[in-house]
Design a protein around this ligand. Structure first.
Ligand code: SAM
Length: 253
């Protein structure tokens, strides 16, 4: 199981890491597009949105803003860490903040349920996935996002570090869906991470490193560090970017 403490104990480092990727921006755009395709907001008087493991809301906040521009939206945020307090600085109309792990929450019935990069942190992911599925309203849509193992950063990790805590693979989640007989669709989506900051080994480089390899640069010997950077440079394009790939697992009621 992956370690969620990286995100909760070091939110500043997480922010520095995220700013070098297009990952969240791409996700927000994809969700907006899917919402427009699935729902007729002209007819829908009320819309219920649940985000499981929202973090500080890098994805959630733009999605609530988008939904509020279309309809009357009721949002529930489930996030066990103090990062949830970030939502208090926004004046959303109907917002319920639930600072608990998802395993302790009865998920409200929802039109859209988002669970982005959270499943690998769960103790009983199968039960949580089943609860999300049964919380979907008729006509509703859910989205689970996980890292695709062919992502450049996943490739680097596999090549260079012992990945005993490797992420939850898409195949496992699909197995859960098969038992639930739910309609689902998998979309592999590319974004990028600019790893140039790693080469100067400053603060941002440290942050990228910590998130990609779950190790700070300072924990490596000079030889190990050189090996990591060489592999990274070999994989990056001319602009210093690696390709990230995520699997979007859409499910429908
Ligand atoms: C990688 S972050 C993802 C944040 C956000 N969903 C995103 O995509 O930007 C993982 C989040 O899962 C949360 N988390 C970890 N264990 C959880 C649990 N048992 N229930 C709900 N959220 C959990 C962490 O606190 C953290 O905010």
């Amino acid at each position: 199981m992956a370690d969620a403490k990286l995100y909760t104990n070091t939110p500043d480092i997480y922010k520095r890491y995220v700013k070098h990727t297009t990952q969240k921006q791409v996700l927000v755009e994809k969700i907006e597009q899917a919402l427009l395709e699935r729902f007729d907001f002209g007819l829908q008087k009320e819309f219920t949105f649940v985000d499981v493991g929202a973090g500080e809301g890098l994805v959630t906040i733009p999605i609530i803003q988008f939904l509020e521009s279309k309809t009357n939206v009721l949002t529930s945020i489930i996030e066990p860490s103090p990062m949830i307090e970030n939502f208090n600085s926004y004046r959303f109309n109907h917002l319920t903040l639930i600072q608990k792990p998802i395993e302790e929450v009865s998920i409200p019935q929802a039109d859209f349920i988002l669970c982005s990069h959270v499943v690998p942190y769960l103790n009983d992911s199968q039960n949580v996935v089943a609860s999300m599925v049964s919380a979907l309203k008729s006509g509703g849509m859910g989205l689970i996002v996980v890292t695709n193992n062919e992502s450049d950063d996943a490739w680097l990790k596999k090549t260079l570090v012992d990945l005993s805590d490797a992420g939850m693979s898409t195949d496992i989640i699909i197995e859960y869906f098969k038992n639930l007989e739910i309609q689902y669709r998998i979309e592999t989506v590319e974004s990028s991470i600019n790893v140039r900051a790693c080469f100067d080994q400053g603060d941002d480089g440290q942050a990228i490193f910590l998130f990609m390899f779950k190790k700070p640069m300072s924990s490596l010997s000079p030889e190990e560090l050189e090996r990591f950077l060489k592999a990274m440079k070999g994989r990056a394009n001319r602009n210093g970017e690696l390709t990230k790939r995520e699997d979007y697992i859409w499910f429908y009621h």
